[in-house]
Design a protein around this ligand. Structure first.
Ligand code: ADP
Ligand code: ZN
Length: 211
């Protein structure tokens, strides 16, 4: 199954993408994580994207498209994959259609107010990039990653100002992507719930997969 997960920053795309991917035994491809990894490794791409990401702007289309095209061509993607954070613009969606046949695009709908509350409590593992929330999805030990024991931190681009900027960009650039998939007959939408597990239930129901 080849899936696209859509939703505002902080809507819980990454978490749901990970759960779906684990359940189906396919990889998650998160462009945000790929880009952050490139920055940490100091690759050429990493150096180029730093200033965009820091201010919450979108990285140029060509760059992300190339990154994803290369990633889905790798052998572990044969059976399918879950795309998290891509496509985020109409040109990205059209490019994706040219090299992959997507089975469904699932949109997780959350209000802007709720997004702002969530982002303030969001934490990310500095080693393996697993995400947590201090109230909604806390790690077993505060500040420590359940998966790898790495230290958790606030993401550089989760400050209030940057969050507002990212939300604005989401409405301008990414909502048209939802419309694109609606017209293709591939859009599924679920309303994000307060509790993570409740959202997961709706997501799995929408996709027709058992938990
Ligand atoms: P979130 O899901 O919280 O918005 P991500 O980790 O997906 O966070 O993305 C963080 C940043 O990475 C974005 O603000 C943007 O700068 C960059 N980025 C990620 N995916 C894309 C994409 N598909 N197109 C352009 N920029 C992207
Ligand atoms: Zn970790």
């Amino acid at each position: 199954m080849k899936l696209v997960i859509l939703g505002a920053p902080g809507a819980g795309k990454g978490t749901q993408a990970g759960l779906i991917a684990d359940r189906l035994g396919i990889p998650t491809i998160s462009t945000g994580n790929l880009l952050r990894a490139a920055m940490q490794q100091g690759t050429q791409i990493g150096q180029k994207v730093h200033s965009y990401m820091e201010s919450g702007k979108l990285v140029p289309d060509e760059l992300v498209i190339d990154l994803v095209r290369e990633r889905v061509g790798q052998s572990d993607c044969q059976k399918g994959y879950v795309l998290d954070g891509f496509p985020r613009t109409l040109p990205q969606a059209k490019a994706l259609s040219s090299f992959a046949q997507i089975d469904a695009a699932l949109s997780i709908e959350v209000s802007d107010e709720e997004i702002e509350r969530r982002m303030e409590g969001r934490r990310i593992c500095t080693k393996c990039q697993a995400t947590y929330h201090v109230e909604d999805n806390p790690p077993k030990v505060a500040g420590v990653c359940d998966r790898c024991g790495g230290p958790l931190a606030l993401r550089e681009d989760d400050s209030r100002e940057v969050v507002e900027n990212r939300l604005h960009i989401y409405h301008e650039e990414t909502e048209p992507v939802k419309e694109y998939y609606r017209q293709e007959g591939l859009l599924l939408a679920v309303r994000g719930q307060k509790k993570l597990a409740d959202t997961t239930k709706l997501v799995f129901e929408a996709l027709g997969i058992s938990l």
